[in-house]
Design a protein around this ligand. Structure first.
Ligand SMILES: NC(=O)C1=CN([C@@H]2O[C@H](COP(=O)(O)OP(=O)(O)OC[C@H]3O[C@@H](n4cnc5c(N)ncnc54)[C@H](O)[C@@H]3O)[C@@H](O)[C@H]2O)C=CC1
Ligand SMILES: CC/C=C\C[C@H](O)C(=O)/C=C/C=C/C=C\C=C\[C@@H](O)C/C=C\CCC(=O)O
Length: 267
């Protein structure tokens, strides 16, 4: 298991919700944490709160829009200047917006790619790096479709596929970096109210009742529960290319079929 004492972690979308929970459990386990978020007010307030709770200078906030290549790169350099290294990188920032769907893709998928590649360039052994672990936050909607949010679903399937492919590349090329994905069902954060917002859901508002029924089948998880899943994916150094599915009735590592299950058709 990876010891976190003295390690340096980066968490995107850290100002609230799951990102705040992930940052806190990493601090509680001895890591220093760089908080990245577009919400500058909330990020600065959380930095102060965490430094008071876990010791001065254990946390620093960096205002970053993960859809901006330049902002992400600039922040990463500032993190390296302040902390000297990055051992853990959690790409968590994400939104739901089926109307501004290019924005959703740019944040949920492209933002994860940007963060992953920044971390990988720094961590991989062939670049003189010390190795490390990257956790990309997908969703259960990255393993099965959410009818009301086809674009959000597509981005999460993309995060799962990207993570699994890069984990395989890391194994084959011996980068010394583990890359895993988190696939929680509904979690009690501000994001899940999105399904009721015409501004975010647009043409699919008529499917709100379908999502409500899904929420009954998959009762909401608490941030604290999901944060324990993050800790597992970070600490267990046997896990690379793992996808952790999390639902109220339990969590489990997804077993992807070696062969694609299919029903033969005559062509
Ligand atoms: N809440 C849920 O039911 C589930 C959430 N997830 C995923 O977990 C991640 C976090 O979601 P929540 O904490 O629930 O959402 P949230 O809306 O509570 O927090 C998201 C955070 O990301 C930040 N953010 C948004 N756009 C950004 C950008 N362009 N650059 C930097 N930061 C940005 C926001 O300011 C906010 O602090 C997302 O990727 C989401 O898709 C996955 C499964 C379930
Ligand atoms: C409208 C979207 C609201 C919130 C999105 C939230 O951020 C999120 O990602 C929630 C995902 C919840 C998904 C819950 C169930 C998905 C079910 C189907 O897609 C099937 C997928 C897996 C089957 C799981 C099982 O039955 O074992």
């Amino acid at each position: 298991m990876m010891a976190l004492q003295g390690k340096v972690a980066v968490v995107t979308g850290a100002a609230q919700g799951l990102g705040k929970g992930f940052a806190e459990i990493l601090l509680q386990n001895g890591a220093k944490v760089a908080l990245l978020d577009i919400n500058e007010k909330a990020g600065k307030e959380l930095e102060t709160q965490f430094n008071e709770a876990y010791g001065a200078d254990r946390t620093h906030f960096y205002p970053v829009d993960v859809s901006s290549d330049q902002q992400f790169k600039d922040a990463f350099q500032k993190i390296l200047s302040k902390f000297g290294q990055v051992d853990i990188f959690c790409n968590n920032a994400g939104i739901i917006n089926e109307k501004q769907w290019e924005k959703t893709v740019s944040i949920n998928l492209c933002g994860v790619v940007r963060g992953t590649y920044l971390a990988l360039e720094h961590m991989k052994k062939e670049n003189g790096g010390q190795g490390g672990v990257i956790v990309n936050v997908a969703s259960l909607a990255g393993l099965g479709p959410l009818a009301q949010t086809p674009i959000y679903t597509a981005t999460k399937f993309g995060v799962v596929g990207f993570t699994r492919a890069l984990a395989l590349a890391s194994e084959v090329a011996n980068y010394g970096v583990r890359i895993n994905a988190m696939c929680p069902a509904f979690v009690r954060t501000p994001l899940i109210d999105s399904f009721n917002s015409e501004e975010q859901i647009g043409q699919f508002m008529g499917l709100a009742d379908f999502t409500r029924s899904l929420m009954e089948k998959f009762p909401s998880l608490e941030v604290e529960e999901v944060s324990k899943g993050l800790l597992l994916l970070v600490k267990d150094d046997s896990l690379n290319g793992a996808c952790l599915a999390m639902m109220r009735d339990g969590a489990g590592l997804v077993s992807f079929p070696k062969e694609i299950p299919k029903t033969p058709v005559a062509l």
